[in-house]
Design a protein around this ligand. Structure first.
Ligand code: UDX
Length: 456
């Protein structure tokens, strides 16, 4: 890209869906592109802008509107209206942004990397003659399930007990994303995940935050349909992967304030701590919190680091001590640093995709308690495909009881099967680091993408 004797850097606009689980991996992807010489502008909604104050200074920020500029989803009082307005207002304000940047020789945009859940961004990119790259923040097993509904090859409601899709493990109803069972109440959510594929055939690139070995059968299969599909993950800081960049540790753009737990962890024996956390979005019921509290209190053989979000704290039993020799409760922590700590023996997780990738990358076996969305499918992959965890049975009220959880923790921490899971997790950790290191599959795919921008 030559311009009057000097080289002009390719300029990418990156548009994540405005929530933590989408912004964080896409921001990490921005850092990787930037490292390869691409100029990045991250685009967010005016309502989400204030969450992005801790952005790396080299990444520029621009905003568009979701129709609720002051308060986003809470101003809309729910997702139904929010998604509707975002769809009405987002594309136009995104187009205005492209127009504004296109007016200047220096700022002219070469590529839009858009969150697959905002497919209208591709239509806007095409209107401006700009390269469009879809970025999937969920894994390909989950994407393939939705893709088959989009193609009309998987019916809703589900008719078969066992779901058989190409290049995938057989799935039972308990392994399917929750939207299959709630679509009547939450049609907008199901529409959102299905619409990801509405114009996917027009995308110049399709990227997914996984690495090849994790889902190789499905990657090989989908590449025959989408030749421009590439794995580019795991998009977590290199400090936690191949350690190629000691300074690359910052990750979280979040509204939560981390509490320090490193000193407490430093004083615990290797592999003795059970880390319990259920992500950023889901709040546990009072009954579930109380069962967990009892499990932690009664399970005296291990130590516990438990994230109870500020929004849940009020429902903890009044007499529950937040800091003892055995138990530490925090409202938020740096999860990557915690998972990387040698004191951690296992992770009790809701199986959100970011938590799942992080535990794989740091070699920590899991106990999975899925609650919502893709978490059920992620749990299936962790237990039956990657074999790094066990899924806790729930009772008829959908509650995990204290004794059931205690038994699962014991199994992971003490049994031969638990040791095997730890060893499998360690192997995934090695493969994740290899994929992102120089010469690795994800690294090579990113170089290919960047080189295509330079020559477009
Ligand atoms: C949501 C959905 O719940 C999930 O199904 C989907 O896969 C992604 O979007 P979320 O609840 O945010 O996810 O969970 P997850 O994807 O696991 O992300 C949580 C993030 O918060 C992780 O990156 C984790 O490292 C971070 N975290 C969590 C902290 O840094 N500290 C904490 O104390 C807890």
């Amino acid at each position: 890209m030559e311009e009057k004797g000097k080289t002009r850097r390719a300029h990418c606009l990156v548009l994540p869906y405005p929530s933590q689980g989408h912004v964080n991996p896409m921001l990490q992807f921005c850092k990787l592109l930037e490292h390869q010489g691409v100029r990045i502008t991250l685009v967010t909604t005016r309502s989400y802008y204030n969450n992005l104050q801790k952005m790396p200074p080299s990444i520029a920020l621009e905003t568009i509107s979701d129709g609720f500029d002051k308060g986003g989803v809470s101003e809309a009082r729910g997702f139904t209206l929010y998604f509707k307005r975002f769809l009405e207002v987002g594309p136009e304000t995104f187009a205005q942004l492209l127009e504004k940047l296109g007016g200047s020789e220096d700022d002219h945009v070469d590529c839009v990397v858009y969150d697959s859940s905002l497919p209208w961004a591709l239509d806007v990119a095409k209107r401006f003659g700009v390269v469009g790259a879809a970025y999937f923040t969920q894994n390909m097993t989950v994407s393939n399930i939705y893709y088959h509904v989009h193609l009309g090859k998987l019916q809703v409601p589900l008719t078969d007990h066992e779901i058989s899709l190409p290049a995938m493990p057989k799935l039972q109803h308990k392994d399917m994303p929750s939207f299959f069972f709630t679509y009547e109440q939450n049609q907008f959510m199901f529409d959102l995940v299905l619409n990801q594929f509405s114009n996917i055939d027009k995308a110049d690139w399709i990227m997914c935050n996984i690495f090849y070995e994790l889902e190789k059968e499905i990657v090989d299969w989908i590449k025959k349909i989408w030749p421009k599909f590439r794995t580019i993950g795991p998009n977590i800081p290199s400090f936690f992967l191949d350690k190629s960049d000691e300074d690359d540790q910052e990750y979280q753009i979040t509204q939560f304030k981390s509490e320090d737990c490193m000193e407490w962890l430093d004083n615990k024996p290797k592999g003795s701590v059970v880390y319990v956390s259920f992500g950023s979005m889901f709040n546990l019921s009072e009954e579930q919190l109380q069962e967990l509290a009892s499990c932690l209190k009664e399970c005296s053989s291990y130590n516990f680091l438990w994230v109870v979000k500020a929004s849940e704290e009020i429902r903890l039993p009044k007499d529950f001590e937040r800091k003892t020799e055995k138990v530490l409760v925090v409202t938020w922590c740096s999860q990557l640093k915690v998972l990387a700590h040698e004191a951690i023996g296992c992770f009790v997780t809701h199986s959100g995709w970011n938590s799942t990738l992080e535990t794989l990358c740091l070699g920590v076996p899991t106990i999975t308690i899925p609650y919502y969305s893709d978490q059920f499918t992620n749990a299936k992959l962790m237990t039956d495909v990657w074999k790094i965890g066990i899924r806790v049975p729930i009772d008829k009220n959908k509650i995990v009881r204290r004794q059931t959880l205690t038994d699962c923790i014991k199994e992971i921490m003490e049994s031969e099967k638990g040791k095997e899971m730890k060893s499998n997790a360690t192997q995934w950790k090695t493969l994740a680091a290899k994929a992102t290191a120089e010469g690795g599959s994800s690294h090579e795919n990113i170089l290919e993408f960047v080189s295509s921008l330079l020559h477009s």
